[in-house]
Design a protein around this ligand. Structure first.
Ligand code: NAI
Length: 480
């Protein structure tokens, strides 16, 4: 029986391995992590991450051919294929701080693999890593190998949170990069055979190691660039009276462009886009490609601009001050159908409003109070480390309350900011909400989920990103 071990039981390691276990009943899959809390949660009824369909998959395989364990060394030593899906945060100190990937966790995983291995292994990079990481890992493994043969493959993960299970069941493509030697090609075939249990062969792409590593960074940069492009247009739409939904529909019907990923919003978030683009920028700079680096920097700058612009709209619309005013924040996760808040635009928006002394009442159907308080008090990039290495119990931000209901959040509020596109925010009883708010009552829709016309009929002053402005907002321009 082929044995797979995955180091890192996070958003990628957990769902990916659960699907491999489901689709390959004859493969034994162990997911290991240094975080005891995470492994305990994977073995409980309350999984550590929320993903539609994940629970069903885990329940079908757990205890049969899918195991979650903290016994990292034993499972690694027994495995034929070792996936590494650990954190690759942005460096906060030293050379490349604020840009380069911090490979501390990757390196320590590699050293541990070398230390405990007694048989040949295929080591698969699942984490998103800088180009040429495989070469560094290969050096660590071969210099500590005691005669064992290690083959390194790059198999970046393209799943999107919120649709992870669907994406894993039916991926657009699986990408496997390996050495162009006979042993490298054999390793590629071995991993291909795993995916071939359910992925059609023409969707399994094989490349050299460096192409696979760079393709992941490139794919995330292209995706983020689309969002920044449409968000840049949203600012121009507001200035000219155009409607960004109409513009992106008209643009997206061009088959060369396509309709997906063209929704204007308060900005992109998630653990990967910013980190991976910063990493790409750093690699460009290291290779002397200043213009290329500057090109990609602009994608992040526009994203920051969009979040600032939103905060400025809120403050300027409410007579240039939100000091002491209650603002309801609906949605905190970086997108709907996930509880993940890593790099969510809500953090910067909330911090911006708190900077102007607002009182915030936050509601998100999937994010806990503890997580929100952590996010609002943590330093940039601290979030992307294993939880036990993050700052301990940060002090709660006093002007923030977290509630479990949108009506409670908006009671007596002066304004509402919608920051995640949860479906339930479309169906709220806005008349009831309006009746319980201070007047004038504002809605700032950062995701274009509400029917602005209906809300205006009720009496709200509505700001929808990239849409023609209310006369009220026109009279109170926001300088970004
Ligand atoms: P995560 O933070 O949810 O999970 C990483 C896990 O690795 C943590 O539970 C941590 O405790 C564990 N870990 C760290 N060092 C370890 C070690 N030496 N031994 C055992 N466990 C260790 O991170 P996530 O989101 O799963 O991402 C992992 C990688 O996959 C990152 O490189 C990320 O860029 C990439 N990725 C993430 C995607 C996403 O949607 N979240 C999508 C595609 C790629």
């Amino acid at each position: 029986m082929v044995k797979i071990c995955c180091i890192g039981a996070g958003y990628v390691g957990g769902p990916t391995m659960a699907v491999i276990a489901l689709k390959c009943p004859l493969i034994e899959v162990a997911v290991v992590d240094i975080s005891v809390a995470r492994i305990t949660a994977w073995n409980s009824d309350q999984l550590p991450i929320y993903e539609p369909g994940l629970e069903e998959v885990v329940k079908q395989c757990r205890g049969k051919n899918l195991f979650f364990s903290t016994d990292v060394e034993r499972h690694v030593s027994e495995a034929d294929i070792v996936f590494v899906s650990v954190n690759t945060p942005t460096k906060t100190q030293g050379l490349g701080a604020g840009k380069a990937a911090d490979l501390t966790y990757w390196e320590s995983a590699a050293r541990m693999i070398a230390h405990v291995s007694k048989s040949n292994k295929i080591v698969v990079e699942k984490s998103t890593v800088p180009v040429k990481t495989a070469e560094a890992i290969e050096k660590i493994l071969t210099h500590n190998s005691k005669g064992i043969n290690f083959q390194i493959l790059s198999n970046p993960e393209f799943l999107a949170e919120g649709t992870a299970i669907q994406d894993l069941f039916n991926p657009d493509r699986v990408l496997i990069g390996g050495r162009e030697t006979p042993d490298g090609q054999k390793a590629i075939q071995a991993l291909k055979a795993v995916y071939a249990h359910w992925v059609p062969e023409d969707r399994i792409l094989t490349t050299n190691l460096w192409s696979a590593e760079l393709s992941k960074l490139a794919a995330n940069a292209f995706l983020a660039q689309r969002i920044s492009s449409v968000n840049a247009m949203s600012a121009l739409c507001e200035a000219t009276g155009a409607d960004v939904s109409q513009v992106s529909h008209a643009v997206g019907t061009d088959t060369r462009i396509g309709p997906k990923f063209l929704n204007a919003s308060v900005g992109f978030g998630g653990s990967c886009f910013q980190k991976d683009i910063l990493n790409l920028i750093y690699i460009c700079e290291c290779n002397g490609l200043t213009e290329v680096a500057n090109y990609w920097k602009q994608v992040i700058k526009v994203n920051d601009y969009q979040k600032n612009r939103f905060v400025n709209r809120v403050v300027s619309s409410m007579f240039n001050t939100v000091s002491g005013k209650k603002i309801a924040v609906l949605g905190f996760a970086f997108k709907k159908d996930t509880g993940d808040t890593r790099e969510t635009p809500a953090i910067d928006v909330c911090k911006g409003l708190l900077g102007d002394k607002a009182r915030l009442s936050i509601y998100d159907p999937q994010v806990t109070e503890d997580q929100i308080q952590r996010d609002l008090s943590m330093n940039k990039f601290d979030w992307d480390h294993p939880i036990h290495l993050q700052p301990m119990s940060p002090t709660a931000v006093k002007q923030v309350s977290v509630v479990w209901d949108a009506y409670e959040a908006s009671k007596d509020a002066h304004g509402i900011c919608i920051l995640t596109e949860w479906d339930e925010f479309k169906k709220l009883d806005y008349q009831r909400i309006f009746d319980n708010m201070q007047k004038p009552a504002f809605v700032f829709d950062g995701r274009n989920v509400v029917d602005a016309e209906k809300l205006r009929e009720i009496g709200f002053i509505v700001y929808s990103i990239g849409k023609p402005l209310d006369p009220w907002l026109k009279d109170m321009p926001a300088v970004a």
